[in-house]
Design a binder for this molecule. Structure first.
Ligand SMILES: [Zn+2]
Length: 1003
């Protein structure tokens, strides 16, 4: 292992025109890691025409191996990902797909004699090369670009001697494999889904010289990797398993052309990637070769018996060094809020209403401090002032109960107008008699309207909101009441719509932009459309429809999140960070509106914990009973009280028989809408949020520091970086190009992100750009790596953590790569089946009183009926979980750094309880209880740069859990929680529970 500075992409690329790619990226610190392995994860396998040698892929590089096995030779090198090999008819060259040119993937040619690599295609994203029988051309798939999740493509052909590629199929289809039949004809397979039945079928076509296609075969299911049988009388293909989570096995099938009959050869384990590894058929048709379960196999035909092929390889990888976490800022000294949210001006222009620290405030513009509009320990959001200025509609979240309320300023009374669901920003009718709002709940996602006079609520049934749960609608009515405006993603891109409020009115699109729209708002005078795009505010005149790109301009230079028109339509009020601005809509100087708010910084009173037994990681056990003194939120001393100066205001707590562990970390949550008290009640004093609102988490941090409320410390990424075809709607950033990618990393650093989270929906080159910019700024990157490609690329780019796991992705080659690179693995067992299995085995956990007190009924219902695993039978699920646990155990033995994270608010993942279930799973995987506790405390703290957390020693922040039973004797005893202390504030879980609304109120 050595370190050397090395420009990215230097290796093997000298003969390519790559100067642009190299210039874009920094001179990253590259490391070479080397190891020997006998396992290979999900290899592509190709066979030499003589049938004697295999070419296979491992960790994004090509290797060569005799078919009988032995020592494999690495053929390609460098910080790039090579895959999908196809060998030329003369056996001298290998076509393969690689990102070594900085693209999403292009076809390259490796000359096996000289080992030279050359670029063949110049596509945004190409794949699946196949050689013509004369070796002079290659057919391949040109995928639709910028959409990594899509396998839609056209088939193209390119001459090896040079020249342009020609398209030989249209339109875009789900092509499987283009290939040549033994008689020399070109053929291809494509799959189609019936929109009514959702069933997939696959068709194989032969293509004649004129490009006309004729059907050779058709069969049920979606097939990948169709290969002709050498005798020409059939095909081998890999049919995808039915389970959406990839848990039902694929199968390798032979289809006989003469009689159209199928013969199953053998099951092949499912994978969660969009493509499947290549397999190869011997020239004599007597066997096929493929990879599975970490090994290469020879499968005898037609029987299907399989024999392992012994393989050992020396692997050499070039990867970027992992960015260590910067020192975490655990508490702010400033009393000014970090972030001002939802600024609004009253119609008379005299009062500013805004959100800070999760509370709503109002402030006279002419002077005086801001004051809360309400009281109590609720979360308040989405303020909307009535047209006459007399009332304020907003959302309240208390414990697990959310409601839409209206505050009457004059009589200072608040009443609830809707509760039980989740609501988004309400809008008023011009007469102040109605509210429109987004409503999300067990009955679906709707835009609703409620009459404030009689409480009658209706849904706009004629509004199509296919993806509304993922897209904030921010509905509002025109002054004349004739139109409803809202934002939605019904076409694959967020657009702004209007619905005429008349019998059988049909919604129409107001915008026709090349990029997405969020939170569209029309000015009260109807002349302007303002909207948010990621964290920018844009405006356009609202004249002729649709509104197009050329009419828009960006209104906020430094970005902004929340905005509203002034009542006279002359300006927009918006916030960016801790500043509020008033920007005239016609352009010109913006003016700052000063916010006069100082948040309190209370200090907990000193605590004297008597009779505690303290966990010491060095000695590996709990000490004998002693006293722990906590002052100013930190552990002051541990030991005998004699000779100590104990302040008179110290609260002495009798902790006889209690065991003290450091506060627990959940390393993977999405806690934006969480009942934070649940985490504290379950001893989770710190949580790493891997995808949520960056403004929301800044507000939460303000809230946490300005009170004694039960809120964990959050280490957060803010919004996930996604591409223009996002998985999770407008809750996350949609990054379109490299300048965008880099700009948002810089902004997020400025806005307090502890790390950056990237998602597979972001095309690979943009993921790389994000990782590169984050590196430059010293920000760690968390990658969502579901596939061996994702894992390998993330490691190559120096990502700090890999989130999630899969029982088929982590064999010795991957684990050694992780171990040597230092990239941490957060396997999130809970969301990947472990919690689903636990709740099948022990359903009574859902009726535990503590669990029910802190868990919204909707989440319990979701666990019962909306499980990701509901189509997976018990045996398959158990097999998958046990296999994943085995991989985790292997990873630990190989020195891979692990973290315990659970992934709520996904189905069957719960804020608090799931972490304890996760810890027990790690013990089941082979870690000792002590190792597990250390991982979930000290090592997690170190992994987020929080040196003051995670251990119990004088000077450390007092985040601790007091247990009434020994977790080293039985890990399940981490659930025996007596008290929880965060930053010196003492919490009694029973009291927190009593503050939670009664069960009947949850319905
Ligand atoms: Zn997640």
């Amino acid at each position: 292992m050595r370190q050397k500075p090395n420009p990215l992409f230097r290796m093997m690329c000298a003969n390519l025109l790559l100067m642009t790619a190299v210039a874009r990226f920094n001179l990253a610190v590259m490391r070479t890691i080397e190891f020997d392995t006998r396992q290979v994860t999900q290899p592509d396998v190709a066979l030499m025409p003589d049938g004697k040698t295999l070419i296979f892929t491992m960790l994004g590089h090509l290797f060569r191996l005799p078919v009988e096995g032995g020592s494999a030779e690495q053929l390609t090198f460098g910080p790039c990902y090579d895959t999908d090999p196809a060998i030329s008819p003369d056996g001298g060259r290998v076509a393969f797909v690689s990102d070594r040119d900085g693209s999403e993937g292009n076809i390259f040619i490796l000359d096996l004699g000289s080992k030279q690599v050359s670029l063949l295609t110049k596509e945004a994203r190409a794949g699946r090369p196949a050689w013509s029988p004369d070796g002079k051309t290659i057919v391949y798939k040109r995928f639709e670009p910028h959409n990594p999740g899509s396998t839609r493509a056209v088939v193209c052909r390119i001459p090896l001697a040079g020249g342009e590629a020609e398209t030989i199929s249209s339109p875009l289809r789900f092509f499987g494999s283009p290939f040549y039949l033994p008689d020399g004809r070109l053929a291809w397979s494509f799959s189609e889904r019936d929109s009514k039945t959702s069933r997939w079928t696959t068709c194989v076509e032969a293509v004649n010289q004129q490009g006309l296609a004729s059907t050779l075969a058709a069969f049920e299911g979606s097939a990948d990797r169709v290969l002709p049988c050498p005798s020409g009388d059939g095909f081998y293909f890999r049919r995808r398993g039915a389970s959406p989570m990839g848990l039902q096995p694929d199968e390798i099938v032979f289809l006989s052309i003469p009689d159209g009959k199928e013969r199953m050869i053998l099951p092949a384990n499912g994978t969660t990637g969009t493509t499947r590894p290549v397999f190869a058929v011997a020239p004599d048709g007597k066997c096929l070769y493929f990879g599975q379960s970490g090994r290469l196999w020879k499968v005898l035909l037609p029987a299907g018996a399989r024999l392992p092929i012994p393989m050992e390889a020396h692997v050499k990888l070039e990867v970027e060094s992992v960015t260590p976490p910067p020192a975490a800022m655990l508490s702010g000294s400033s009393v000014a809020p970090r972030w001002i949210m939802t600024p609004r001006l009253t119609p008379d222009g005299k009062t500013l209403i805004f959100g800070a620290a999760g509370f709503l405030w109002r402030q006279q513009l002419e002077g005086g401090q801001a004051e809360r509009i309400s009281s109590g320990d609720v979360y308040e959001d989405g303020p909307s002032i009535s047209p006459d200025g007399g009332r304020l509609a907003y959302i309240r979240l208390q414990g697990i109960l959310s409601s839409l309320v209206v505050l009457d300023f004059k009589i200072r009374q608040t009443r609830s107008v809707a509760s039980g669901g989740y609501y988004s920003e309400p809008g008023w009718s011009s007469d102040g008699g109605k509210l429109v709002f987004g409503e999300f709940g067990s009955t679906g996602n709707h835009i609703s309207v409620i009459s404030l006079a009689d409480g009658k609520k209706e849904q706009f049934a004629n509004v199509e909101l296919a993806r509304m749960g993922l897209w904030s609608p921010r509905p509002h009515l025109t002054v004349d009441g004739r139109w409803l405006y809202y934002t939605a993603d019904t076409s694959g891109k967020g657009e702004f719509y209007r619905l005429p409020l008349k019998e059988k009115g049909k919604a129409e699109m107001v915008t026709g932009f090349s990029r997405h729209v969020s939170d569209g708002q029309v000015s009260p005078d109807g002349k302007w459309l303002a909207f948010r795009r990621n964290k920018e505010i844009w405006i356009a005149p609202l004249g002729r429809l649709p509104v197009t790109d050329d009419q828009t301009r960006q209104l906020s230079v430094e970005g902004g999140d929340s905005f509203a028109f002034t009542s006279d339509s002359s300006a927009l009020i918006f916030s960016a960070g801790s500043h509020v601005w008033r920007q005239p809509v016609t352009g010109g100087e913006r003016r700052q509106i000063p916010v006069r708010l100082e948040l309190p910084r209370p200090t907990p009173k000193p605590l004297l914990l008597r009779g505690v037994r303290v966990l010491n990681f060095e000695s590996g056990g709990f000490g004998s009973p002693t006293t722990m003194f906590i002052e100013q939120g930190r552990i002051s001393w541990i030991g005998s009280e004699s000779g100590r100066n104990i302040p008179s205001d110290a609260e002495a707590v009798d902790c006889a028989g209690k065991l003290v562990i450091p506060g627990l970390f959940d390393f993977h949550v999405h806690a934006g809408g969480a009942n934070h008290a649940s985490l504290i009640a379950y001893g989770v004093t710190s949580a790493r949020d891997v995808g949520g609102s960056i403004t929301g988490f800044n507000a939460l941090k303000d809230r946490s520091e300005s009170g004694a409320g039960p809120i964990p410390r959050y280490f957060f990424s803010g919004e996930i970086f996604e591409g223009e075809n996002p998985t999770w709607g407008d809750g996350f950033l949609q990054i379109y190009d490299e300048p965008d990618a880099r700009e948002y990393v810089r902004r997020f650093k400025e806005w307090g992100a502890d790390f950056i989270k990237i998602y597979p929906a972001l095309p690979w080159p943009l993921q790389h750009a994000v990782a590169d910019e984050a590196h430059r700024l010293g920000l760690p990157v968390a990658a969502h790596a579901f596939t061996v490609e994702g894992i390998t690329k993330s490691v190559t780019w120096g990502c700090t953590t890999l989130e999630h796991g899969d029982s088929e992705q982590e064999f010795d080659d991957v684990l050694q790569m992780l171990s040597q690179s230092g990239t941490r693995w957060v396997p999130t067992l809970a969301v990947d089946g472990a919690d689903a299995l636990l709740l099948r085995d022990e359903p009574e956990r859902l009726s535990d009183p503590k669990f029910r007190a802190f868990t919204p009924e909707g989440n319990i219902q979701e666990a019962l009926f909306g499980s990701y695993m509901r189509s997976v039978d018990d045996t398959t699920l158990r097999g998958s979980v046990m296999s994943l646990l085995a991989r985790v155990g292997e990873a630990h033995r190989r020195g891979v750094k692990l973290n315990a994270g659970t992934d709520p608010s996904n189905p069957e993942c719960f804020f608090g309880p799931s972490l304890h279930w996760e810890l027990a799973r790690f013990v089941q995987a082979g870690l000792t209880p002590l190792e597990v506790l250390r991982m979930a405390t000290e090592e997690s703290a170190a992994a987020v740069g929080a040196a003051d957390l995670g251990t119990l020693a004088p000077g450390k922040i007092a985040d601790i859990v007091l247990l009434s039973a020994d977790p080293l004797a039985d890990i399940h005893n981490t659930e025996a929680i007596w008290r929880v202390i965060k930053g010196g504030w003492l919490f009694d879980p029973d009291k927190l529970r009593a503050q939670s609304p009664p069960a009947e109120a949850k319905k």
